[in-house]
Design a binder for this molecule. Structure first.
Ligand code: 7PJ
Length: 290
């Protein structure tokens, strides 16, 4: 599947009418998506925000720092993490979405692979789905097509439990790109509108340091598919491996990675440190390259 073929196919969507967030995603200005983990075991904030009150306060803080979007997730994808039951995931995510939808003026995204959670979160006020499994779970494609919200399709090799055990590719950029192109076609065939699609190479999801660096260096191969590209590098082990820093000291490396990503065409930066990332974008915008 070539990029041109995907873009041609992208005129064929049949779902509900254009979502306001899909216009924002395509406005040409890179967006900052703040990460709000509501898991008791997420890797970089250690479950600090696992109670409703703390999660809502953190969400409001991300909005105050200038987040364009807040991504709320109740499943830790840390290698080896125990997957939550459906009830656990709903109980973590839905009250936070509900509370933040009532308080924060920023659109909310739900980081989930379960169609039940997608539907419940959108009913509670979320305006986007972010799926690290690219809508491969049964019922997920149909749910997103019916909901009519933007969706981020992320690449992952294997499952979180095993993804970091010796990941291998012949050509990581070509393989990840082909996977995302295939998922784009699956979405369009299911009736998801092309303007609701966002793609993400999935840094750290079944990739070695070399794979992650190759993907970042070739990010334009993904932007050429014709859909906004989301990038999540914030505090990740790729930054730790490059800089030799532990998770709490990865901000400078994460900002450098964000800068490179935007210069190679990224549309959405999924980050923990919203204010600092905004500063990077402000400096870039001043010189006309962002
Ligand atoms: C990503 C994600 C990413 C998208 C996570 C973390 C690990 N969703 N969810 N892209 N990473 N779209 O928060 O660093 O890179 S979980």
């Amino acid at each position: 599947m070539t990029g041109t073929a995907v873009v041609d196919r992208a005129t064929a969507g049949t779902g509900p009418s254009t979502h306001p967030l899909s216009r924002v995603l395509r406005a040409g200005r890179p967006l900052v998506c703040g990460i709000l983990n509501v898991t008791p075991d997420s890797f970089s904030d250690g479950g600090l925000f696992d109670s409703l009150d703390r999660a809502v306060r953190h969400g409001c803080a991300l909005a105050a720092e200038g987040a364009d979007l807040i991504d709320i997730g109740g499943e830790s994808t840390r290698p080896g993490a125990r997957p939550p039951t459906l009830t656990e995931e709903l109980d973590r995510v839905v009250p936070v979405v509900e509370a933040l939808a009532g308080q924060a003026t920023v659109p909310l995204s739900v980081d989930t692979s379960r169609p039940e959670v997608m539907r419940a979160a959108v009913a509670a006020g979320a305006s986007m789905v972010n799926d690290v499994r690219a809508l491969q779970r049964p019922g997920a494609l149909a749910a997103v097509a019916e909901l009519g919200v933007p969706v981020c399709l992320m690449h992952m090799q294997r499952a979180p439990e095993t993804m970091q055990e010796d990941p291998r590719y012949q050509d990581v950029v070509a393989e990840v790109r082909a996977f995302l192109a295939e998922r784009v076609v699956a979405c369009l065939d299911a009736g998801v509108r092309p303007e609701n699609l966002v793609i993400d190479p999935g840094f750290g999801f079944g990739k070695t340091l070399e794979h992650n660096v190759a993907l970042l260096a070739s990010l334009d191969a993904f932007t050429r598919l014709g859909f906004p590209v989301m990038v999540g590098l914030s505090r990740k082990s790729v930054v730790g491996q490059l800089t030799g820093r532990t998770v709490g000291d990865r901000l400078p490396g994460s900002l450098a990675a964000a800068l490179v990503a935007v210069q190679r065409g990224a549309s959405v930066l999924r980050v923990h440190d919203v204010a600092a990332t905004r500063d990077v974008l402000t400096v870039l915008a001043a010189v006309g390259t962002a």
